[in-house]
Design a protein around this ligand. Sequence first.
Ligand code: PEP
Ligand code: MG
Length: 756
Amino acid sequence: MRDSVVGPRVLLKRLRELMAEPLGPQERLDHIVRDIARNMVAEVCSLYVLRADSVLELYATEGLNPGSVHLAQLRLGQGLVGTIAASARALNLSNAQEHPAFAYLPETGEEIYHSFLGVPVLRAGRTLGVLVVQNRTMRTYREDEVEALETTAMVIAEMIAAGDLARLSRPGIELDLSRPVSMTGLAFNEGVGLGHVVLHEPRIVVTNLFNEDSEAEVDRLDAALGSLRLSIDDMLSRREVAFEGEHRDVLEAYRMFANDRGWVRRLEEAIRNGLTAEAAVEKVQSDMRARMVHMTDPYMRERMSDFDDLANRLLRQLMGRSPDDIAAALPKDSIIVARSMGAAELLDYPREKLRGLVLEDSAITSHVVIVARAMGIPVVGQVKGGVSMSENGDAVIVDGEEGAVHLRPQSDVESAYAEKVRFRARRQQLYRELRKKPSVSRDGVSVDLMMNAGLAVDLPQLADAGAAGIGLFRTELQFMVASTFPRAEAQERLYRDVLDAAQGKPVTFRTIDIGGDKVLPYFKDAGQEENPALGWRAVRLTLDRPGLLRTQVRALLRAAGGRELRVMLPMVTELGEIAQAREIIDREVRHLSRFGHHLPNSLKIGAMLEVPSLLFQLDELMQTVDFVSVGSNDLFQFVMATDRGNSQLADRFDALSVPFLRILRQIAQAGKRNETPVTLCGELAGKPISAMALIGLGYRAISMSPAAIGPVKAMLAELPVDDLTTFMNENLAGMSARLPMRALLHTFADDRGIPL
Ligand code: PEP
Ligand code: MG
């Protein structure tokens, strides 16, 4: 047995010539397999391509029966070829027939060959096919031969990705590269978006594969690695990153990998085999990524994603691509696909081009999701593998109702969704028509439908949704998307903008509600807590850091000069906290008036009812404040002892259950008794069925996300409030509660044609 006479460089050179020749795709493939066989002194070289139906089809062969081309087939996982494709790993065997996975295909005539080397054809971590060489004698292929075959496979991957081979497939047969993939995650924001993938960390497609001068390429790689390391150090030292836990961990991992000797050695080896520096990065990464798919250890998967991002950064260094080039090329129906991202990064994308957001990580309460919701774009989170399955420009559908992502959807799925989008648009149109109509029930009871907000991007929705005002302005959002504490002027500017946009409609500003799940990375005083939901948060925190509260109150008072100012305190537990806060507010009022500032013409101070202790002093509470707003998200979590962010418990207990409804009714009744206005501003207000229940319990003002106002108003228009009140009182009375209240409410609505 003669060893291969020429190295991979010569083979790559030959392939480059072949790519330049004016050949048809089949002819080109035939030449490629012939030249590989010749170069590796193998009797057989065959290429199998993976089809969308998970079948590997023989596309070209040198040495096997030529009549079996396009006929010989193996399923993914079947035979040696199927095993290689399924595992994305090379197989190097001196006696193939002894391998347990060996499957004999009589049409190929391969029984006379013993040694076998097969490598996966990989691109961006996905297996597109398998390339095989075989010899009659029993031999083990050397390491450099494996490397050469892998490098060659990359060239073939480019041919497949470029669509060259699609023309060779029979009509109706699709290659795997264009296979539709549906992934499920968690619905983080409702809505449906159709568009095209924009990878947040765009993967750069390398098309320039062959190098002219290996040493020069190694130098280019070294230079790019040098700048990469510098840029990571620079990012790590930037102020806004310095304290961000998660972000910082990722960057620390980058730094470690950028100095990883093994990685650099593999890159250099690939260059010495004839690849350009960028093709080498792509190859090494592709190999690692494909192997990763089969790894189950979440820690390792996470680290692999770090490596992935790093390789991308390196590619961008090598190819000189700037973020501006990328932004300019954004499609007008962009669906951003990211592993995770910061809230500020999302705000960098032009809103008019965004149709959806897909995140591999992140929780529903993460800042980026809060911002996406404020921007009104559908979001699906926890989509494992979302980034590696997607290519820039792939068609994609984000279904924020079902929590599904359909990548490269088939036409029937696409048209079903297009219909869904049209249906939603018609419904939205209907809600828009309702916008100017008063929010009154069928029997003439008027209910104020307010909206929740927290960022400047929310403001246009005030008019669009036809809200009666802002029932909850979450001031902490400005703090959460910033990298340092917003200055007094920035706070005042935002509050002034909000009041201007409201044009005299009431706005209730909640003082900063941080702590718990709302962490400020730059606020070092808030340390790790065993039980943050029950910890140092909201008004507890601001009373302990009165400087924070004073600055905010002053900004609010100044912004509201000559207008009404409504301030609300979050997470009040005992009445003393209200007295303390009022003292701080009064002091600021005195201070500003002493210096001749224009003060608000009315100042109302309210408390959020979120902690159960207040339920046992409702009358005193109502006497102490100008208004009360029920924060049902927190109140429910504390009453039911159920973490509001725990998806495992999300559907376990129902807010529309007898005990919780009785609590809500007691609060409404106490408000009425004491003539203190009571509203509710948790998520409960935004679903037509629960909004209906609240109205039945006596609530006449509720605050919800802007998108919910239309559906709730449509429900209200058909609602006989008197009947409902009687119905609820009957069903909440005594021991009569048998059926679940939710079901009873549904029946009530169905019987009367109330849209829920
Ligand atoms: C609530 O707890 O219901 C509420 C409105 O406040 P947040 O969701 O901001 O905690
Ligand atoms: Mg709350």
